[in-house]
Design a protein. Sequence first.
Length: 365
Amino acid sequence: MKTSITLLPGDGIGPEVCESAIKLLHFIADKFNLSFSVTEKSIGGASYDKFGTPLTEETLQACYDSDIILLGAVGGPQWEDLPHHLKPESALLKLRKSLGLFTNIRPAKVFSSMLSSSSLKEDVLEGTDFVVFRELTGGIYFGEPRGYDDNKGFNTMVYTREEIERISHQAFKAAAERKGPLTLVDKANVLECSQFWRKIAVEVHNDYPDVELNYMYVDNAAMQIVKNPRQFNVILTSNMFGDILSDIAGMITGSLGMLPSASLGSDYALYEPVHGSAPDIAGEGKANPIAMICSVAMMLEYSFQMNQASSVIYKAIDNVLKEGYRTEDIYSEGTKKVSTTELTKIIINEIEEVCNQEAIGLFLL
Ligand code: NAD
């Protein structure tokens, strides 16, 4: 069956890293006998310049008509003074909401070749490989009532059974596939809302008896991620806690140019790098394509259940980094500085090499 992908390059380095993604997609389609159709549409500032809006009905419809959305990045200084609803970034919020993308997934996986670049000690970080499942469309960021006056400010943390159940199923499924525990991170010692999360998580757990479920308070989790990150496999948490923890988890393992993400709903999946449009380096061939390439690896894992193919991509990137190839953002003395397109080509060649060495290919399907 042909999978339809809408590609939204966006602004700044978005089109450059999307070009890497397209090259990788063509290679993957050939190698693993997958069939994609790719439709490219404008979003963000590029769309505003052409159509006067950062997200046209046509782009939105193309997303509705596809299974997967691959996004580069949006934004830039030339659009900063526009009213809020015309700013490039407003397109992202509208897109996530329209497609019902309620789960955000951010991996914390360390490339062995980058161990020495982390702010953590190598022996603490080595072997770290976990994912944070953050609820994205509910909780305190959206709860009513909200507001402030001269004397008080207030927000409301509210979660429905359905909101917790649907993300819990996704997180338990991932934990089962990864053959490791699921840690529910909350503040159940003070928040009734967190106690409710625990109640629902225990109910959903009944469907996944092989997965170990444990709990951790969010303050402790923040400490444990930097103290002993290897202990985690899947972290499941609410919107605000996930917002904070996924940044900590991402940054202990690499630079901004290397962090991918997935946002999943019931009907759609969107994959994008964590970084923005990096206007300071746009058009110079300096963008690190690894975050975008890893976003494609996440697509294989979460939309195609091709975990092995995804691992091959990670292994190839690790090998290439070990050989010393680096874009400028992660370059250090003694390594080899290459451009976006060069690094993409080197990684794709290495994926071929890893597949040959491990004699894997078509049988992955
Ligand atoms: P940024 O992520 O674009 O850049 C921060 C720094 O990291 C810059 O020095 C940049 O050169 C560097 N960097 C980022 N990605 C890189 C990559 N792949 N390779 C090499 N270096 C990389 O964040 P910012 O500067 O705060 O924001 C720039 C614009 O991007 C703003 O308009 C912001 O609103 C937007 N933004 C968009 C998204 C998104 O589209 N999801 C996310 C964050 C920021």
